[in-house]
Design a protein around this ligand. Structure first.
Ligand code: ADP
Ligand code: ADP
Ligand code: ZN
Length: 228
């Protein structure tokens, strides 16, 4: 068994993929099953918007338009979160990095701690199908569990399977129009990272068009090798 409390052994897993690919769903699974801490820059930014911080005020309109928030803002919130003690035994990055500048900054940040990216896993999907995934997405406001109206409905309509909560939320940016801008942003600014991590020899690609459970099985096979 690896001593995961030793920083050099703590896995740093990146999930890459366009909006709707399943990054959040699978990052949550990896957290529950393997104890990797899910770091979602989207969630961190939405919390900043809700709290009305300076970063949140700057990010709000950019997110609503489906564009990327500036590297400075994203790096500041990610760096703070990564420094918290619970991240020391391994993380799964969901929605970060999204630009080459962010990827280079992450490498620098990790190398200062004697770490490096363990693996970057690309969730390979068909863009056209992502619109349906995103427009049907909703989340429990109490516990954060993610759902889909057709692909992952709650067992009882309107009631969270996990916590019994009834405060279901849909994101302001999860509409068909904004999705198109977000897909464009992915191809223009994030897809080049496939090459970046390919050159570092840490890239793995998996087919993420199948059902949630089969994608989870494939990811679990990878994660098991990193955490034993
Ligand atoms: P991302 O974080 O990459 O934007 P999510 O994990 O939030 O994506 O998934 C987007 C939506 O699609 C959610 O409603 C989720 O329940 C659903 N979903 C995730 N993975 C799959 C899958 N493999 N098949 C069908 N629906 C999925
Ligand atoms: P999804 O994966 O479904 O597109 P996220 O929750 O990851 O959604 O991101 C929502 C929005 O937050 C993005 O469209 C973008 O505006 C902003 N955002 C999240 N992560 C980053 C990032 N690493 N860099 C820049 N903007 C980001
Ligand atoms: Zn819940």
């Amino acid at each position: 068994m690896k001593d995961l409390t030793h920083p050099q052994n703590a896995p740093v897993v990146i999930l890459l993929g366009p909006p709707g690919a399943g990054k959040g769903t699978q990052a949550r699974m990896l957290e529950e099953k393997f104890g990797l801490v899910q770091l979602s820059t989207g969630d961190l930014l939405r919390a900043a918007v809700a709290a009305g911080t300076e970063a949140g005020r700057k990010a709000k309109a950019v997110m609503e338009a489906g564009d990327l928030v500036s590297d400075d803002i994203v790096l500041a919130i990610l760096t703070d979160r990564l420094a918290e003690p619970d991240c020391a035994t391994g993380v799964v990055l969901d929605g970060f990095p999204r630009t080459t500048g962010q990827a280079e900054a992450l490498d620098k940040l990790l190398s200062e701690r004697g770490q490096a990216v363990t693996t970057a896993i690309s969730l390979e999907v068909d863009d056209v199908k992502m619109v349906v995934r995103i427009t049907g997405r909703f989340t429990c406001g109490s516990c954060g569990e993610g759902y889909h109206k057709d692909f992952k409905p709650t067992k009882v309509a309107g009631i969270c399977d996990m916590c019994g909560g009834t405060d279901m939320k849909q994101r302001a940016d999860d509409n068909a129009q904004t999705v198109m801008s977000r897909l464009d942003a992915y191809h223009a600014q994030t897809a080049p990272l496939l090459r970046y991590y390919g050159e570092q020899d840490v890239l793995q690609k998996i087919d993420a068009m199948g059902p949630i459970d089969s994608v989870a099985r494939e990811l679990s096979t990878i994660a098991r090798q990193l955490t034993v």
